[in-house]
Design a protein around this ligand. Structure first.
Ligand SMILES: [Zn+2]
Length: 344
């Protein structure tokens, strides 16, 4: 038997007490590069509160119930889900459990346009996705995306029911005998929020600050005009809070949110510089810039990524070019409905 690599230890099934009465429960994400999502269970005299919920799939539900049983409770004991953002690995299990147990579900108010779009009859994520790829000059990726995905079922309306209430920045939530401040952190999604327990120095960060990977930027149902600018402003906002232990949705708990924020800011600073260098070398669309960059910590070329990650890479590169334009370092023009960029 081989022991797991240290970087994979956080994926091990179980219930892990991070600090007293705060439990990390990794739930499985089949067929997903992220591999697992951490939900955090807060236990208090008044009951249980869960931060994020997992993807509504039978194996995720079974794991959650088993973990709750080991704490001598069940899903009916969860009073409320505080969900960091609308992505399905965070939101949909809360909605499924609410149907059975009337659990209250709370979500950032900035996610409302995304949910309304997902619920709109006739919504096609594929159409939206391929249009965006074409706008970024990635016609070849769009064609392959269309061939692979056409005919697949669209979103399931029941996954995307509205929450019971909307959270906004400055809200203070009483949850399982503790006080959590709601901080708006748009970037990964427009309505992303994190929860800060100042008294115990804990940051429930969702996907805003991840310890070993960078969250995707610019990949969402109703994208922001400047998702990377939003994200960097959100990092700065959280960096102004007192430092806290980082409790991320994907990856292990680490001691300092500030240290990781500094690394993320550096990372995007380098990516901005590299994107600008690619423009200077003649690339003029997000697609052409993406071809010149290296991807993931393994420094892969664009062609080595799978199709889904190629489409993420194009969105991410577009977000960098848009920010370069906002910073006055690049100029945007439109040609045949394609966004063209040039270094200034
Ligand atoms: Zn996630």
């Amino acid at each position: 038997m081989t022991s797991p690599r240290p970087s994979d230890e956080w994926l091990e099934p179980g219930v892990f007490e991070v600090v007293k009465d705060v439990f990390r429960i990794p739930l499985p994400l089949p067929n997903d590069a992220l591999r697992a999502v951490n939900v955090y269970l807060l236990k208090g005299a008044s009951g249980l509160v869960c931060i994020d919920s997992g993807w509504s799939l039978p194996e995720s539900r079974e794991r959650l119930v088993r973990c709750l049983t080991s704490l001598e409770c069940g899903p009916e004991d969860i009073e409320r889900f505080l969900v960091t953002h609308v992505h399905r690995d965070h939101y949909t299990q809360a909605i499924a459990l609410r149907r059975e147990h009337r659990t209250k579900v709370s979500l950032g108010a900035g996610e409302r346009p995304a949910l309304e779009e997902l619920r709109r009859p006739g919504y096609s994520g594929l159409q939206r996705r391929t249009q965006e790829l074409r706008r970024n000059g990635a016609h070849e990726v769009a064609d392959r995306f269309y061939r692979e995905r056409a005919g697949q079922p669209g979103p399931t309306a029941s996954d995307w029911e509205l929450p019971d209430d909307w959270l906004t920045g400055g809200d203070v939530v009483r949850a399982a005998d503790r006080t959590l401040a709601v901080i708006e952190t748009p970037g990964h999604t427009r309505g992303h929020v994190v929860f800060h327990d100042a008294e115990r120095c804990l940051l429930f960060a969702g996907d805003h600050v991840l310890p070993t990977i960078t969250p995707s930027i610019g990949f969402e149902v109703v994208p922001s005009p400047d998702p990377l600018g939003d994200f960097l402003r959100s990092l700065a906002r959280v960096r102004q809070l007192p430092d806290a232990m980082l409790l991320p949705a994907h990856g292990p708990v680490v001691p300092s949110a500030h240290a990781r924020i500094d690394e993320l800011v550096d990372h995007h600073g380098r990516r901005l510089d590299n994107s600008l260098a690619a423009l200077r070398a003649g690339a003029d669309t997000a697609y052409e810039v993406a071809l010149q960059l290296k991807w993931t910590r393994r420094e892969l070329s664009f062609d080595e990524l799978d199709l889904f990650n190629q489409s993420l890479a194009v969105s991410e590169t577009a977000a960098h070019l848009v920010l370069l334009e906002a910073q006055g370092r690049a100029r945007l023009s439109h040609e045949d409905e394609v966004n063209k960029f040039a270094a200034v």
